[in-house]
Write a protein that binds this ligand. Structure first.
Ligand code: 5GP
Ligand code: MN
Length: 335
């Protein structure tokens, strides 16, 4: 990667000024894009296209789950990374460059990399870092970048408001998780004034599940077991089950949240197999005193105090054992 200058960590930036003069801009987000990744990346894409109509701006994330197909710009996402080109600006939203999948190729060679995020685990290191750990979502951070100046804010239309809203509801559990602040709610109040059908949007992108997704959830709950006197609940879905149901990893989102709301559970751990002796871990903690981002960071992952994830290789038993060792350290701290 080019030597990065690093400036502005945490302080407000002017995203328009940072992109001024660029002829080619890319916007990347994390692999397995979720609602906030889609919301923050596509909101930046929509906004920057309005500000710089003549500039080529590429949204570069993996194809999101079909529930987000209606979001403006999703049909134009660039998924072919074969072209050799140098981006003047690459924006990385809702994650760190290393978690951007194939787009890392363009991030590594970009003339300028701007990181916009809200993950406490993000230590920065790009040319411009704008990381706001107190924000509910990357979409909330993007809203503030746009709303800071009246001339930018007036570019928000119904479509852009809806896109930002999707990011916020998905990362805040529809304004319920502890990352929801009074500011989040004020922003959401502003956004719904643009008049999109928010109850429908919440149902169709957040709560609704297909029959297969519901059955996989049901199976995961049936298979779940507890450790640490019921304080930790674990479940796992293997590739064989996914094949049996004709499903893929996109059909598993939300399962960890159902484990989290079981009475007496302090930490939910949901594991799915991604390959031979290779597992993806999602963790949720019910208390600020049990920091699952520290557990995932130990395995090279990241996230927030109450929601984090990582990948671990090994047999299932090895994975659970090493995870529980790390989790025990966090839970001891809690005593
Ligand atoms: P989820 O469990 O919903 O996949 O992720 C929870 C949180 O942890 C999200 O903020 C997500 O971005 C972060 N996260 C999940 N997996 C990883 C990972 O492998 N690496 C990093 N850095 N963050 C992760
Ligand atoms: Mn996020």
């Amino acid at each position: 990667m080019l030597q990065r200058m690093q400036k502005n960590r945490g302080t407000m930036i002017d995203i328009v000024q940072e992109c001024r003069g660029a002829a080619l801009i890319g916007i990347a987000g994390h692999v397995n894009p979720d609602g906030d990744c889609v919301g923050s990346v596509m909101a930046l894409w929509q906004f920057l296209k309005k500000v710089f109509p003549k500039v080529q701006i590429d949204a570069m994330i993996e194809q999101p789950p079909a529930i987000f197909d209606f979001v403006c710009g999703v049909s134009e996402i660039v998924t072919d990374y074969s072209a050799e080109k140098t981006y003047d600006v690459m924006i990385v939203a809702d994650t760190v460059p290393d978690r951007c999948g194939e787009a890392i190729k363009y991030i590594d060679t970009a003339k300028k990399v701007i990181n916009i995020d809200h993950h406490i685990s993000n230590r920065g290191g790009c040319d411009v870092d704008h990381i706001v750990p107190g924000a509910s979502s990357a979409a909330e951070v993007v809203y503030e970048l746009i709303a800071q100046k009246e001339e930018y804010k007036k570019l928000i239309d119904k479509e852009l408001a809806q896109t930002l809203y999707i990011g916020i509801i998905h990362d805040s559990g529809v304004m319920q998780y502890s990352n929801t602040s009074p500011k989040t709610l004020r922003i959401v109040a502003e956004l719904i004034s643009y008049g999109f059908d928010f109850p429908k949007l919440i149902d169709e992108t957040f709560y609704e599940k297909t029959e297969v997704q519901s059955k996989l959830l049901g199976k995961a709950l049936m298979d779940a077991y507890t450790l640490f006197d019921g304080r930790v609940m674990i479940s796992m879905t293997d590739l064989k089950t996914l094949r049996e149901y004709g499903a893929d990893k996109k059909d598993l989102s939300g399962i960890v949240n159902q484990l989290r709301i079981v009475k007496g559970v302090d930490v939910a751990v949901y594991i799915y197999e991604v390959g031979e002796q290779s597992y993806k871990i999602s963790m949720r903690s019910c208390s600020d005193d049990i920091d699952v981002s520290k557990v995932s960071a130990h395995f090279g992952g990241g996230g927030h105090v109450r929601a984090a994830g990582c990948n671990i290789d090994g047999t299932y038993e090895e994975v659970v054992n090493s995870l529980m060792e790390q989790l025990a350290l966090q839970m001891e701290d809690d005593r």
